[in-house]
Design a protein around this ligand. Sequence first.
Ligand code: 5RP
Length: 224
Amino acid sequence: MTQDQLKAAVAAAAVDYILPLLDDDTIVGIGTGSTANLFIDALAAHQHRFAAAVASSEGSTERLRSHGIEVVDLNSAGQLAVYVDGADESDPQLNLIKGGGAALTREKIVTAAARQFVCIADASKWVDHLGSFPLPVEVIPMARSYVARELLKLGGDPVWREGVVTDNGNVIIDLHGLYPIRDPAQLESDINQLAGVVCNGLFAQRPADCLLLGGADGVTQHRR
Ligand code: 5RP
């Protein structure tokens, strides 16, 4: 199976997973990226089963609306029953690196507002320790150089993702050379303490609750 076929398989499995959680009033949280896009496409056939969606990016909002799914602002949604999103890496504790698509801040907000976070990924994202994938850090533009110098002190190799502006009007610094991240929750906190950092792509203080992983032998379910 190709990576795209594996992503399509986990997207379909995620729809099956969340259908029992839905009712007419449910607002579903929906993430960003190619796997999340496939999830949106698969969910579209079941749009009569839930009320609306909250999306973690302008791109996902547009895709949801193109299927006729109503998208509402998180401020009017209250707690979400479930949030479904992809990841760039997951370790066995379901700590994640996210933000390859630069949507990490809104992803973290929607995750925080959800009762359950279901992560969907193909098997290439499964790692023993996080840190091979460069860790995205969203930064206020005027703080870019300062934050890069501070990130160097934390032991990483910061690279500005030139030309990328987030949905929030900020820039992204990718932090290379962190593998293996021994204490993801501590590093998440340390980076967030830096002035000018909006958010970083470690999801360790609030990891996934369930990971649906697509591999050669089918989709497997992992829990913490
Ligand atoms: C976007 C993300 C994505 O979930 C992550 O990059 C995985 O993307 P894909 O499903 O395309 O492999 O965090 O900010």
